[in-house]
Design a protein around this ligand. Structure first.
Ligand code: SAM
Length: 281
């Protein structure tokens, strides 16, 4: 057995990461060990199931958790102004005031809370006095138990350098005023936001979707790390969990490989994918 190649193959098959991403870190990890030590390390790891703590701790340094509130604001502005009102309208016509979102690969949760805030803002304009009658939920999933734990806490602190608050656009600023004007160093999700959000540790490649009949899925800045065959399999899974007419938002650098089941939505600010079909009343 070649320990480095075995590890790279295992990481690709279990977590989906491409060889170019994992190889430098695998080589760095194995460098201090002699051949016997490398073999023993890999054999022990192969005995662990990919859901075991030991395996998840091994994979953690290979994951890239970069994220922040209102990331890719022009996409989100298009979503909030044009797409969310249309999706609410479709739900209303179908007779159910429910709205489900899945953030796949949510990292430390900033994306989930951003969408939670955007749903609240959009519903206030769309439903006005009736906003409270809507039941919204945003589910965040990630492979990393550490990120899921951080996300569940819903507390973010200003630190030096790049941080969660680095690029908040004018349309989201109202929610972060205290932090941005330096009255406080910590932002905490309020009770309403916490009630409408939840987090689950899940492997996007191996585990089923956390729900069905979903209105909106965000899967941003994660597929770029996966092999093409895995990207296709994941996109099929995402499509299957969307309701007819539901919308998929990928990252600007992610490539859509399953366009047949979707119509493209765009106004130059963003490109979103609307699943074909209509909700029946
Ligand atoms: C770069 S972050 C993107 C976070 C957020 N979507 C955003 O755009 O700001 C990618 C996330 O995908 C997660 N990830 C990588 N492989 C995964 C897998 N197989 N299953 C679930 N999550 C995975 C990583 O742990 C990481 O937190």
């Amino acid at each position: 057995m070649n320990p480095a190649e075995t590890l790279i193959d295992t990481i690709a098959s279990q977590a989906g990461l491409r060889e170019e991403i994992s190889r430098p870190k695998v080589e760095q990890l194995l460098a201090p060990m002699d051949f016997g030590g490398r073999l023993a390390f890999v054999e022990r790891l192969l005995r662990a199931s990919p859901t075991d703590r030991e395996w998840l701790e091994f994979i953690e340094p290979f994951l890239i958790h970069e994220t922040y509130f209102y990331r890719h604001p022009s996409q989100l502005q298009y979503l909030g102004q044009n797409v969310l009102p249309a999706l609410f309208e479709e739900r209303k016509k179908s007779g159910r005031k429910v709205f489900r979102v899945w953030c796949a690969g949510c990292s430390s949760g900033e994306e989930v809370y951003t969408i939670g805030l955007m749903l609240r803002d959009a519903l206030r304009s769309f439903a006005q006095a009736d906003a409270a009658a809507w039941e919204t939920s945003v589910i965040g999933t990630d492979l990393s138990p550490d990120m899921i734990q951080k996300a569940s806490m819903g507390r973010y602190t200003v630190s030096s350098g790049l941080n969660s608050f680095r690029d908040i656009p004018a349309f989201g600023r109202q929610h972060f005023e205290a932090v941005l004007s330096q009255q406080t160093t910590t932002w905490t999700a309020d009770e309403g936001l916490r009630k409408s959000t939840s987090f689950q540790q899940r492997n996007l490649l191996k585990d089923p979707a956390p729900a069905t009949d979903i209105d909106l899925i965000l899967c941003r800045n994660i597929l770029i790390y996966f092999k093409e065959a895995d990207v296709r399999a994941i996109l099929t899974k995402l499509e299957g969990s969307l309701r007819p007419g539901g919308v998929l938002l990928l990252g600007p650098a992610d490539t859509m490989r399953n366009a047949d089941g979707f119509d493209m939505l765009s106004d130059g600010r963003a490109l979103l994918w609307k699943k074909k079909g209509r909700l029946s009343p």
